[in-house]
Write a protein that binds this ligand. Sequence first.
Ligand code: GLP
Length: 241
Amino acid sequence: MKLIITKNYEELSKKAADEMADIIKSNPKAILGLATGGSPMGMYKELIKMNKEGKVDFSNVTTVNLDEYIGLSGDHPQSYRYFMNENLFNHINIDKTNTYVPNGLAKNIEEECKEYDARITELGGTDVQLLGIGNNGHIAFNEPDNELLSGTHLTKLTEDTIKANARFFESIDEVPTQALTMGLGGIMRSKKIIVIASGESKAEAVKAMVSGKISTNMPASMLQMHRNVTVIVDEAAAKLL
Ligand code: GLP
């Protein structure tokens, strides 16, 4: 794992945006695996700025997102589709038909998961996968467990994750309890992985990801088995390294 420690969140966001922009510059048709949550928001702002300044062109880029809440439509303000539109897609020159997020309202969940994986395969896999990390070490919505799944699947969120994500909702009761998530296989097949984490609350998980034992009970530790991972963390998140 390549480790980059930045002074603060702002510097982390710039660094991550530069890494993404370099990938797009070297391959204008890049397939980007994207993530939601607080961590990538600053990076998306930087990418929007770069796009407006003509420094990076998204017109031929395709994106594949990691996950989506079950039961929320794309126009629900807390859905991940809405998040992506608001925080990135609406502000850059991307063709929205080339942006994929699992459908949290799919009638046939099994079919939706199969199609999502087939689409990723058809695209030839992602060139880069961006990841945040949960306080409990989850990546996408692959929660700590005795076993992890490879393909896109339906998952139940842990109490920890529901609590952590309640900050985006009016009350904790509104947080969906289930989600569709890309599995570990989909993530590990990416040519490159960039993990970003900021703040002291992530320090334990960051330490376990970088130097802990590899365990399905710490999903991020599985990334130690990937050959091209860059971890970008600020000093607070790197505190225990
Ligand atoms: C969420 C998402 C993850 C995200 C993580 C951390 O539950 N499903 O993809 O990386 O939690 O979120 P944040 O960046 O807001 O701390």
